[in-house]
Structures are given as C-alpha cells and as structure tokens.
Design a protein around this ligand. Structure first.
Ligand code: NAD
Length: 320
C-alpha cells in the first residue's frame, strides 16, 4: 500500500511505516497539479499544513485515510471526506504539552521583559535594572482560557501551578468538569472584562472566526495580554493591530497567522508590544517525534489493524 507524506516529518513515523512494509511517497511540491498527479493512487496521506480541498481530493482514486500530523483539521475538506467515506485522523495525544509550554513562554517573556533586560546588560546599562516597564508577576493574576480541550486543560494546570486564578469559557462542557479541574466557568464577555491574560485554544471554524475582534478587545483591560496559539483568523489581525498600536491592551503573543508565512510587510512587525513565533508551538523535538509516530500509527492501524486504533483520533467515525 502507498502512503504519501506531505511535508517533512520526524523519521520515527517513517521508520514505523517502513517496518510495517508500507510504501512511502515523499511529496515536496504542493502545487495543485503536482498533488493531483502524485496522490492519484495513494491509499493514505500523512498531512502537515498544506490544504487538501475537493479539487485535489477528487483525483485520489484509492484514498482511504488522511492522517493529520497535529490536531487542527481546518486545512482539509471534511465534507468531501465524509461523503466519500474517507477517514480523517488526528494525533490527539501528542501535542498538548508542547503548546501549553509555548503559552507559558509567551506569558513569561512578555511579563518579565526578557528581551529588554538582555539588552540592558549587553549594552552596559545594568544599573537601569529597576526601570523596566511592565515587569510583573503571574501570581494571583486572572487568566481566561477560551476552549477547554486537550491544550486548554494543560495550560490551566501550569497556570494553577503559578497560583493564577483560571477562568474558562467553553459552553460545550459541563461546568462541573471545569470546576473539578480547579478552574472557574465564566461567560465570554465577563471573562474578557476581568482577565489579565487571555489564551485561545479553539478550533477554527465558521463560529470561531473573529472570536476576538474589536468588540472583544474593547472589553479587555489596559493591562491585558492576549495569546493565540490556536489558528490564524480566530483573532482578527487588523483589530488586534489597532488595539496594540493604540495601547488599548498591553501586549500579545501570536504563534499563528491568517496567512502563513505572514507577508513580509505585515503590520505586526512594526509593533514592539507583540511577540511572534512561526507556528512552532507544537514543534519541540519530543512533540515532532510523537506526532510523526502517532500519525503513522493511525494510518497503519486504520488500514491493517483497526483494533489498535485510538478511536479518539478518528474524527469522522460516524460517517464511515
Ligand atoms: P480540542 O478539540 O481538544 O479542544 C477544543 C475545545 O474548544 C473543546 O473543548 C470545545 O468544546 C471548545 N470549543 C469549540 N468551539 C468553541 C466555541 N465556539 N467557544 C468556546 N469553546 C469552543 O482541541 P485542542 O487539542 O485543545 O486544540 C485546539 C486548537 O489548537 C486546535 O483546533 C488547533 O487548531 C490548535 N493547535 C495549534 C497548534 C500550534 O502549533 N500552534 C498545535 C496544536 C493545536
């Protein structure tokens, strides 16, 4: 059976596929015409972040499963997969810790003024150490987490460890479950108004697009720091730019962008109160290894040994 690997992945998964005698086709040219040709006869696709819409998928004559290297699947035409009974899997156990640690790095970097501190020492200005602006603690601060799934829960655990007060907005969850995790359930607008930190952990879909736009930014406090490690477009970039340049909120950390990579003249690049990372919250060495292996196992187990498949990973089970 033929497995297409779309994008570069850690060798661990590829070794697993080879050991199990699956043929690997490594695809590096994501031009539509090339994809239509290369994917025509594959049985499975291991997919990183390139888009797979109907215009490509309808050329895949043998496709049985797409296995996402990660958990978001807004880059795949799920309706097409459902109609054609093609499975979609994610790597649900692999990346929550890595993303949660990334969120903590944003919080700490932005509140400890690390970049400016480093410049002071290296520039011979050690004695200005008491003059750093916006240098403060996480202790007792209020955090709003939007989306209390795998990643939101890991962020909460770490922030409770820092003695923060953690509020959760997730209308799809029973509030008892949120309380049992030591957090406080709250409505979106109330949470935005009280939070010192806001961290977004939602899937991108029609409901969550522009989840944070001008009206939400208007509700936040002047000292609020907003972090988005979920997907570009959940935070409206123009409105955030406006809020940061007019100092309506204190700062932001963004790992994801509407268009990736962002245009070279993206307005965020001129701001000094935003920290940007290149959609690499889940790309720690350990996480890349886990995602590559789990995505490959999803393919092998789905095709050859369904009893070993983690059913949590199978997104569209009810359509198959
Ligand atoms: P998850 O499915 O476990 O959790 C999502 C949570 O959001 C669920 O609890 C759901 O009830 C809640 N939710 C859905 N719609 C909502 C809405 N409109 N309002 C409030 N809550 C809502 O997902 P996860 O594993 O925690 O991942 C979250 C997202 O993070 C993914 O969809 C993905 O796009 C993104 N992600 C980014 C990276 C990265 O590298 N930056 C890595 C992994 C995941």
């Amino acid at each position: 059976m033929k497995i297409a690997i779309l994008g570069t992945v850690h060798s661990k998964g590829l070794e697993f596929l080879k050991e199990n005698e699956l043929e690997i086709v490594e695809v590096t040219n994501f031009n539509n015409q090339n994809l239509q040709e290369e994917l025509k006869f594959v049985d499975a696709i291991l997919l990183r972040t390139s888009r797979l819409d109907q215009d490509i998928l309808e050329h895949c004559k043998n496709l049985k499963i797409i296995s996402r290297h990660g958990v978001g699947y807004d880059n795949v035409d799920l309706d097409f997969l459902n109609k054609n009974k093609i499975a979609l899997c994610i790597t649900s156990t692999s990346n929550a810790v890595s993303v949660a640690e990334h969120v903590m790095s944003f919080f700490l970097y932005l509140t400890k003024n690390l970049s400016l501190s480093d410049k002071l020492v290296k520039g011979g200005n050690f004695t200005q150490r008491s003059e750093l602006p916006n240098f403060f603690e996480l202790y007792k601060k209020k955090l709003l987490i939007a989306g209390f799934g795998r990643i939101g829960k890991e962020v909460a655990k770490r922030c409770l460890g820092f003695d923060m007060e953690v509020y959760v907005y997730d209308p799809f969850l029973d509030s008892d479950l949120i309380k049992k995790s030591g957090c406080i359930p709250i409505e979106k607008n109330d949470g935005l108004a009280l939070a010192d930190f806001v961290s977004i952990h939602l899937p991108l879909n029609e409901d969550t697009k522009n989840f944070i736009s001008q009206k939400e930014l208007d509700r936040m406090k002047e000292k609020t720091i907003l972090v988005n490690t979920s997907r570009g477009g959940i935070v409206n970039e123009n409105d955030l730019h406006q809020a940061l340049s007019s100092k309506k909120i204190l700062g932001a950390g963004m790992d994801v962008f509407v268009s990736e990579p962002p245009e070279p003249n993206h307005p965020f690049f001129k701001l000094d109160n935003i920290l940007l990372t290149p959609h690499n919250a889940a790309l720690t060495l350990e996480c890349r290894e886990r995602m590559s292996l789990e995505a490959s196992q999803n393919i092998f187990y789905y095709l050859k040994n369904m009893t070993k498949l983690n059913m949590e990973n199978l997104v569209n089970k009810k359509f198959l």
